[in-house]
Design a protein around this ligand. Structure first.
Ligand SMILES: [Zn+2]
Length: 230
């Protein structure tokens, strides 16, 4: 009932960028995975060294299953690193580990956008799972109020994606800085790590673009933007 080729056309720039970014992540990660770091530390050791250098003593580091499943859990104050990163001694492992520690540093320093992101996460996930139901029923039954509620719910998803951008860019910037300042990597190594982290950042830009284009499409279909044509 709601499959619209026009929707695919509208979000196409976001989809293409996401595709390009994911290829970039895979290729840059594979490339940096094949380069052993000169310091010879595992990702787990890199993460611990950065935490020590930053004076953060209450964050635990644990291995977690999965490919690129690395994340910092602010509630448990646990840094979870995937096997390749936790045990790996490559530049890719050092870069990803440092990025995740970047989030732990943001948390320890009360970095504003991270607090906003964490606050928005639960409502954004409700928004993402419920918005389209309201919009489909609202448009299908010509009940504009329902469509407006759906658009408002999806706006939460867009807010999350937008707030996520400074959080991710800042974590990568902190990561590269802290690796260089502490002599964990050299300038050439930093350049390689930058390729991986920039590619990862591009996936977040693609997700944000897709969310914004989707919201514009919803608004237009709901007759809230440029009038309805059906
Ligand atoms: Zn991140």
């Amino acid at each position: 009932m709601f499959f619209d080729p026009l929707y695919l056309l509208i979000i196409l720039p976001g989809v293409l960028l996401a595709l390009y970014a994911s290829l970039k992540v895979k290729s840059s990660f594979a490339r940096a995975s094949a380069i052993p770091s000169q310091a010879g530390w595992t990702g787990g050791q890199v993460a611990q060294a950065i935490l020590d250098a930053e004076g953060i003593a209450d964050v635990q580091i644990e291995p977690v299953q999965g490919y690129l499943s690395d994340h910092y859990d602010p509630r448990a104050k646990v840094l979870r690193l995937s096997p390749d990163v936790y045990r790996g001694r490559s530049l890719a492992a050092a870069g990803v580990a440092a990025h995740e520690v970047g989030h732990a540093i943001q948390h320890a320093h009360g970095y504003g956008p991270l607090a906003v992101r964490n606050a928005v996460v639960p409502v954004a996930s409700i928004g993402s799972s419920l918005s389209w139901v309201f919009i489909i029923i609202g448009i299908g039954m010509a009940l504009q109020t329902l469509a407006i509620i759906g658009c408002a719910l999806f706006t939460l998803v867009v807010i999350f994606q937008v707030v996520n951008l400074p959080v991710e860019f800042n974590a990568s910037r902190r990561a590269r800085q802290v690796l260089l300042v502490n002599g964990i990597v050299g300038t050439d190594e930093d350049h390689e790590i930058g390729r991986v982290l920039n590619a990862a950042a591009m996936t977040y830009v693609a997700a944000t673009l897709t969310a914004i284009l989707t919201l514009l499409y919803y608004l237009w279909r709901s007759g809230l933007l440029g009038g309805r044509r059906d």
